[in-house]
Design a protein around this ligand. Structure first.
Ligand code: APR
Length: 246
């Protein structure tokens, strides 16, 4: 593993243009459960019942019940993995993070170029007038919460059955085509279109490096190599190695 960490650091220095694709495993060490691992979020909340856009339109209180259960995210803090990515950005290597996460932890860690591919659960948006509300400003006592115009608020995350926001989609694909190395961190890589992003990078000639304790459908197919382990441990080690090389 040490060899792979050294290899990743050398490849990052050589590549100069690095993009990271992150998933829920990135925030696991901040205490936020992933979606599909044992004890994951979808075990408790069937996405067909709680996270499909059709459900939102027929029973808008349902997704909000689930969002209420996400309130632990308000207390969650960035972990050493988030902080390491912010540092790799400051060093000038990491150009963009494409995240499937809706928890703002990359931004809290200090990363500035973050593309929220699946939106952000810390915001609500009024379906009538389009006004945005930050989490703390939304009362969840009566569900669904409403705007001051009385319109129903929708959590500003992408539901199953919804399109990826156009700007996030375009920016992500552009970044993937331009990068020379892509770090794929903490995602099971089974939910499309996000799962197709590493392939876009690969086809454009980038080296793809996975960081995950488990194998994924990308391992041995799209990824050039995988560093098997937790993001909160591997990424700080890569930063240490980058500093040694500098
Ligand atoms: N460090 C790195 N990876 C980890 C860690 C960790 N500490 N802990 C778990 N993982 C890995 C798991 O091995 C798994 O591959 O994180 C991945 C989590 O996979 P999922 O639960 O499927 O989460 P994600 O890939 O983010 O899901 C994608 O699916 O339901 C939708 O919208 C939801 O954005 C989400 C999307």
């Amino acid at each position: 593993m040490e060899d792979l960490i050294k290899r990743a650091a050398r490849d990052i220095v050589e590549a100069k243009k690095v993009v990271a694709l992150t998933g829920s495993g990135m925030s696991a060490e901040s205490g936020i459960p992933t979606f599909r691992d044992q004890g994951g979020f979808w075990e408790k909340y069937n996405p067909e019942v709680y996270a499909h856009i059709d459900v939102f339109f027929s029973q808008p209180e349902k997704p909000w019940q689930m969002v209420k259960a996400f309130d632990q995210q308000l207390k969650a803090k960035p972990n050493p993995g988030h902080l390491a990515l912010a540092e790799i950005e400051k060093m000038g290597f990491l150009k963009e993070i494409i995240t499937q996460n809706v928890d703002s932890l990359h931004q809290q860690a200090g990363s500035t170029e973050v593309i929220e591919f699946h939106g952000n659960l810390r915001r609500g948006v009024c379906l009538v007038c389009g006004k945005y509300y930050e989490w703390g400003k939304i009362s969840l006592e009566v569900l669904p919460p409403r705007c001051e115009c009385n319109g129903i608020l929708k959590p500003d995350a992408v539901f199953f059955g919804e399109q990826i926001p156009e700007e996030a989609f375009q920016r992500s694909y552009e970044a993937s085509r331009k990068c020379k190395l892509m770090l794929v961190i903490g995602t099971s890589a089974i939910v499309y279109p996000a799962a197709g992003i590493p392939q876009v990078a690969k086809q454009a000639g980038a080296v793809v490096v996975e960081i995950n304790p488990e194998k994924t459908p990308l391992t041995n197919f799209i990824s050039d190599y995988s560093i098997i382990g937790k993001a909160g441990i591997i990424l700080p080690e890569i930063v240490r190695e980058l500093k040694r090389l500098a």
